[in-house]
Design a protein around this ligand. Structure first.
Ligand SMILES: *[C@@H]1O[C@H](CO)[C@@H](O)[C@H](O)[C@H]1NC(C)=O
Ligand SMILES: *[C@@H]1O[C@H](CO)[C@@H](O)[C@H](O)[C@H]1NC(C)=O
Ligand SMILES: *[C@@H]1O[C@H](CO)[C@@H](O)[C@H](O)[C@H]1NC(C)=O
Ligand SMILES: *[C@@H]1O[C@H](CO)[C@@H](O)[C@H](O)[C@H]1NC(C)=O
Ligand SMILES: *[C@@H]1O[C@H](CO)[C@@H](O)[C@H](O)[C@H]1NC(C)=O
Ligand SMILES: *[C@@H]1O[C@H](CO)[C@@H](O)[C@H](O)[C@H]1NC(C)=O
Ligand SMILES: [Ca+2]
Ligand SMILES: [Ca+2]
Length: 657
């Protein structure tokens, strides 16, 4: 047991990639400083003039001396590194280093059902979509005056906006946006970027909302992120996500976005074979001054055996975004939790597991987990992406490529943009909200509502701060009405601190018969005023371990207040026996609002489900990092008696006295 308090900036997420390497055309070029040229531009130009075929693509992340370049002779993807070309560039007198970027797969998190029921209906309407002037039967002649609801033909099918029980849903279980619209908030002056395969900005339901100034095509390096032509389903993903956020209201076209007054930008990175760290980083930091929210409905492969996350440059831009974005208030990064279903764990995905992203899971219109929805302790909340009825109208209604509409959008892909829309509404209500304010608002205002009591063996629990959470759903479903209401009376939070509570570094063995518990005493976090954390926000456990079968390892973290959070669930497909986890940041939000000081316990076990009693593991390193505030966070925020925040405030006050 160790007692130690160091003040560190958080360690960035490191990533491990499976499979053999793929080399891409993207080159990270670093030039040398030369007198009179502080920004390296002239040096970079000399290099391209001297080296045949080399072209500058863009300056890298606003750095003075770093550039993104390509070479005509290097193909988009190849299994061989082009050391010959790269070395020639690196030997140029003005070049400090040249690195060919490796490529990796990032998959869109849309979901295509293979159930026969959907197929049958799809046959009677082969495209599963309709054109923008078509109207849904039944509502053809209603006028705005007769019905204070939008006249958009798909609105009736948009059960996530207004759940009247369509598609066997639970009436009332929706995002609760109508009262927000009525109060006049529609996301004005908020820009949401869809980081994806482009958006159809000519679509009549999106054209007005489109923010061209904030958009960019990183795949073809131009300002027009129009989706590359393919079979319509293939590159419709970003367009569908954009419609969920910003489709216009009351224009008789398609559906309505959650924030129909917001502006939407397209950042196209996803439609080449492989993505690189340079591309991702460029997109996730693009126009931080005018993009408020970045919505990402993609990530590492959800095959239940991948362990991957943002690489060096992307980790850096996520971290920088929260301090540099929105004039210092922080970019809001929204992430789809993943489509691996019960077989995957989103804490094995470094994007969703990051503290800088708000990770969103999917539920259906009757309060069940979506079959593809992944669970993990870093999920903050849930939104809706599938109806219970498996049919045409059971997906999410939104716009589709080339002027069409769809009722088919699905997957956790559909969940993240809904959250981005809700956050846009909150930002209109209070443009001063920081990235942290947004997370606190989600924690305080999301609720269980109509969600199942028990799902996949997990129940709702109440932490010691009085907050209800669930391993699958985070703090519950987003409630736009409650969020906007609280956003209006919000007060700035106390400063945030990070405390390394301790480290256990001796190797400890565990197996199916014998679990192991490691403890760290975090009282040190209460002493040093430079890093004191009393009231918890995020908690990270950096763990290094190897196991005979990585997918059978289960990890649990218990707080001093005796709240237990599952950091890693079983992944039956993951048979890795070599790599394990190296300093992997398992994050949990479940202790939010609790008190940091006391004894923390990490329990590691091998799942008995494998029925293989020879499975074993060796945990060699565990570092516990607690994030939060010294002062009670909500002291100055007004509350109603009996509300969640009133309860949390009372518990925190009692704890201090
Ligand atoms: C599509 O529009 C046609 C008329 O153009 C209509 O007959 C059909 O029912 C519509 N389909 C859907 C799914 O709305
Ligand atoms: C769109 O729908 C309208 C009315 O439903 C129909 O008249 C028109 O032909 C359709 N256009 C296309 C391209 O399908
Ligand atoms: C609207 O349509 C319904 C049937 O769909 C019809 O009974 C009704 O008379 C129509 N009303 C108007 C004002 O056209
Ligand atoms: C809109 O947002 C920008 C920052 O993105 C801000 O500078 C400007 O004042 C806002 N305009 C209005 C009318 O609120
Ligand atoms: C049990 O696991 C060990 C180690 O991974 C492996 O060698 C053995 O084949 C497994 N036995 C069975 C019955 O799956
Ligand atoms: C901690 O919680 C567990 C249930 O999660 C319970 O069994 C145990 O008794 C509790 N321990 C203490 C000290 O309250
Ligand atoms: Ca519309
Ligand atoms: Ca996953």
């Amino acid at each position: 047991m160790l007692r130690l308090c160091l003040c560190l900036l958080v360690v960035g997420t490191t990533a491990v990639r499976a499979n053999s390497a793929v080399y891409t055309k993207d080159i990270h070029l670093v030039v040398k400083t030369s007198a009179g040229d502080p920004d390296g531009e002239a040096a970079a130009r000399r290099v391209t003039a001297d080296i045949n075929g080399l072209q500058l693509v863009r300056r890298h992340l606003g750095e003075d001396l770093e550039f993104h370049a390509v070479h005509d002779d290097i193909p988009e993807a190849d299994s061989n590194a082009r050391d010959d070309i790269i070395n020639a560039i690196a030997q140029h007198p003005d070049v400090k280093s040249a690195t060919q970027q490796q490529g990796f797969r990032r998959n869109k998190r849309g979901f295509r059902s293979s159930s026969s029921k959907v197929k049958n209906i799809a046959v009677s309407n082969p495209n599963g979509r309709n054109n923008t002037t078509a109207t849904m039967g039944g509502s053809t002649n209603r006028t705005e005056q007769q019905l204070p609801e939008p006249n958009d033909p798909l609105f009736e099918k948009a059960w996530f906006l207004k759940n009247t029980g369509q598609s066997w849903g639970t009436p009332g279980l929706d995002l609760n946006v109508l009262p927000v619209w009525e109060a006049g908030y529609i996301g004005r002056n908020v820009t949401v970027a869809i980081v994806d395969d482009g958006i159809d900005y000519l679509h009549p339901d999106l054209a007005e909302s489109y923010n061209a100034e904030a958009s960019f095509d990183f795949n073809s390096n131009d300002p027009y992120p129009f989706p590359k032509y393919a079979d319509y389903r293939f590159n419709s993903h970003g367009t569908r996500c954009a419609g969920e956020v910003s489709a216009k209201r009351n224009n008789r076209i398609c559906s309505v976005g959650v924030a129909p007054g917001s502006r939407v930008a397209g950042l196209r990175i996803l439609d080449q074979l492989y993505v690189t760290d340079l591309l991702e980083a460029a997109a996730m930091s693009h126009r931080r001054d005018i993009i408020d929210i970045y919505s990402a409905s993609w990530g590492p492969t959800d095959d239940g055996k991948t362990l991957d996350g943002p690489l060096k440059e992307t980790s850096r831009v996520l971290r920088d975004g929260i301090t540099l974005g929105r004039g210092g208030l922080g970019s809001i990064f929204v992430w789809a939790s993943g489509n691996g279903g019960p077989k995957d764990d989103c804490n094995c995905d470094g994007y969703t597991g990051s503290m800088w992203t708000i990770s969103i899971n999917s539920v259906t219109n009757d309060g069940s987990p979506a079959i593809y929805g992944e669970s993990c302790s870093s999920t903050l909340a849930s939104t809706f992406s599938s109806g219970r009825g498996a049919g045409l109208d059971a997906g999410v209604a939104t716009v589709d490529l080339y002027g069409f509409c769809t009722l088919y959008h699905s997957g956790t892909s559909a969940a993240a943009p809904e959250a981005a829309g809700v956050f846009a509404l909150a930002l209109e209500a209070n443009p001063r909200l920081t990235w942290r304010d947004m997370q606190h608002l989600v924690v305080l205002t999301s609720q269980k509502r109509g969600l199942q009591d028990e799902s996949r063996g997990h129940k709702w629990e109440r932490n010691a701060a009085g907050l209800k959470f669930h391993h699958l759903y985070g703090f519950g479903v987003l409630d736009a009405g409650a969020m906007v209401e609280m956003a209006q009376i919000w007060r700035p939070l106390p400063e945030r601190f990070e405390c390394t509570a301790g480290r256990v570094a001796q190797p400890v063995y565990f197996d199916v018969r014998q679990e192991v518990e490691l403890t760290i005493d975090s009282n040190g976090c209460d002493f040093d005023s430079n890093s004191r954390v009393r009231f918890i926000e995020h908690v990270q456990a950096f763990v290094t371990l190897r196991a005979s079968r990585r997918g059978d390892v289960l990890l649990f973290l218990t707080s001093p207040s005796n709240t237990t959070s599952m950091l890693l669930g079983r992944r039956p497909m993951d048979s890795d026996s070599k790599k394990g986890f190296t300093d992997w940041p398992f994050m949990t939000t479940h202790m939010w609002g609790e008190f940091a000081a006391g004894q923390w316990t990490l329990r590691a076990e091998m799942s008995a489900s494998s029925a293989n009693y020879t499975q074993h593991g060796l945990i060699t390193d565990w570092t516990l990092v607690i994030h939060g505030t010294q002062d009670p966070p909500y002291r100055d925020i007004p509350d109603k008696p009996g509300s969640t925040i009133a309860q949390v405030k009372r518990i925190q006050r009692e704890h201090l006295s």
